[in-house]
Design a protein around this ligand. Structure first.
Ligand code: NAI
Ligand code: MG
Length: 496
């Protein structure tokens, strides 16, 4: 007899007991220890899948495979590498729904956002495939007589790429495609929260024609990442994640003079000047804290509002924010999903408690879990805003990584810029104004790798992204990204 009381499984296509293999060289393998860990669906609270825990030995094998493959991959014509990336882009397109659903199953990001991510994955593969075909150096007439000089940019070697869980495929693609296009080989360590979507992306890469060893994926948590960082066979580390883990990695890399790109935390300031288009500005303030359920380095989590429009902006947010649809991330109408994991839910709700202890004024939201009407499953937090007049408030200073915003009132341009720059982070910042001169002035003064004027969260694969201060080192995507994966060599010729 079939059990009719149980609802159908949301991911009927995935066997919850499936054992996934990681990719080392030409083989899909289990961990040498046999040890595994489980994935977790944050919406229905169920564990699924069994994923290998790579040991330091497994990591060493993966690095050795990448090292072997480097000899060939770095020397084949760029056109051949570019062709593999083009085919990979095509396969991503054909399998986009599978990739999107796998990631929703892992971290609860909404299917609507994931469809946008898989579209951009394809663009990133294509873009770097094309960029690889461009010039790779320049000719320089040196000051010394009877000499010629030119530069070539050469691949660095074996790249260790360590990815986070909040946008695992998108943020990995910013490392993977430029690294491979430039002729490097790579060992990827996805987050322990989101390993399976990365394994599927790797499988598509092999189908596209990547030679064995060019791409390796080792799964596991922090210790697996640390073993990769400490592996003597790597030449560069590309990391996205927390500022604290980034600092540990930077220290370990410095001891060996390893090249690094680090994309770390953020606490983006969105400045609403008195002359802002308030319809567009308030809509963007909402998505600034709700996109990715606030689990985004590019969140606009500090809302700086000019005194003359403050009351009106808050009134509008009190109407707009409760309209944001909270629900099953698989439903296309859901704008906000659950927090990605138990620890992340604990962390974000801890900040809600702290906000009260600190005495910040709750402006809108503030409920969690079953306090939210209609929510019976999942780890949800309502989009929430606090007024945070005290510059020492931790709600105002720290990266919460959930749908929580700190609202700050200001009176003039200097004050707005000063408050925006008080953060130790400097990843993204933005402003809403119709005054072109002010926009130019403020854009120059904001201590941030990215400045958005009358827009927010605008991304394009050919425009660089990355931070200053505690938000990291280096740039991803755009032409700069290829520079991050190559080393300049100057070649001299003394003429007879
Ligand atoms: P994390 O920075 O510890 O993890 C990121 C990646 O690094 C994961 O793949 C992890 O396995 C790996 N890792 C951890 N320890 C490592 C080590 N010692 N050596 C090498 N690799 C290591 O971030 P976590 O613990 O997942 O999240 C904690 C907080 O970090 C979040 O609550 C959030 O505030 C922040 N975060 C920020 C991100 C951003 O893009 N700004 C992304 C992810 C997390
Ligand atoms: Mg951690």
């Amino acid at each position: 007899m079939t059990d009719t009381t149980k609802p159908p499984r949301r991911f009927a296509e995935i066997d919850p007991e499936q054992c996934f293999d990681m990719l080392i060289g030409e083989s899909w393998v289990q961990a040498s220890s046999g040890e595994t860990f489980r994935c977790f669906d944050p919406y229905d609270d169920e564990e699924w899948g069994h994923v290998p825990v790579a040991s330091a030995d497994d990591v060493a094998h993966a690095v050795a495979a990448a090292r072997d493959a480097f000899a060939t991959w770095s020397r084949i014509p760029a056109l051949a590498r570019s062709a593999v990336l083009s085919r990979w882009a095509q396969l991503i397109d054909e399998n986009s729904e599978t990739l999107a659903r796998l990631q929703v199953h892992e971290n609860g990001k909404t299917i609507t956002e994931m469809r946008a991510v898989t579209g951009s994955l394809r663009q990133t593969a294509d873009y770097f495939g094309h960029l690889a075909l461009g010039p790779i150096g320049s000719t320089i007439e040196p000051f010394m007589p009877n000499h010629e000089a030119w530069t070539v940019r050469q691949p660095i070697g074996v790249v260790a790429a360590i990815a986070p869980w909040n946008n695992p495929l998108g943020l990995l693609s910013w490392k993977l495609f430029p690294a491979l296009a430039a002729g490097n080989t790579i060992v990827v360590k996805p987050s322990e929260v989101t390993p399976v979507s990365t394994l599927f992306l790797a499988k598509l890469g092999l189908e596209a024609g990547l030679p064995a060893g060019v791409l390796n994926v080792v799964t596991g948590a922090g210790p697996t990442g640390a073993a990769l960082v400490d592996s003597p066979g790597i030449d560069k580390i590309a990391f996205t994640g927390s500022t604290s883990t980034g600092a540990v990695i930077a220290q370990r890399a410095a001891a060996r003079f390893l090249r690094t790109t680090l994309e770390l935390g953020g606490k983006g300031a969105q400045i609403v000047f008195a002359d802002a288009d308030l319809d567009r500005a308030t809509a963007s303030l909402v998505t600034g804290i709700t996109a990715g359920t606030g689990q985004a380095c590019n969140a606009g989590s500090r809302l700086l509002v000019h005194g003359s429009v403050y009351d009106e902006v808050i009134d509008r947010l009190r109407t707009l924010i409760p309209e944001v649809r909270i629900g099953d991330p698989l439903e296309p109408t859901s704008a906000i999903g659950p927090l990605a994991s138990r620890p992340q839910y604990e962390k974000v709700t801890g900040y809600l408690d702290l906000a009260e202890e600190e005495g910040n004024e709750l402006l809108v939201g503030g409920r969690r879990g079953e306090q939210i009407s209609g929510v019976t499953t999942g780890r949800f937090v309502e989009p929430t805003l606090y007024a945070t007049p005290d510059s020492q408030s931790r709600i105002r200073r720290e990266e919460i990584f959930g749908p929580v915003g700190a609202v700050i009132r200001f009176d003039d341009e200097d004050e707005a810029v000063r408050i925006a720059n008080e953060s130790p982070y400097g990843l993204v910042a933005g402003m809403w104004t119709k005054d072109v001169s002010r926009a130019h002035r403020a854009a120059k003064r904001l201590e941030s790798g990215v400045v958005w004027i009358n827009t927010w969260r605008a991304f394009s694969t050919n425009v660089p992204f990355g931070g200053v201060k505690h938000s990291g080192i280096g740039r991803e995507i755009g032409p700069d990204a290829l520079l991050e994966y190559t080393e300049t060599k100057s070649v001299w010729l003394g003429l007879d």
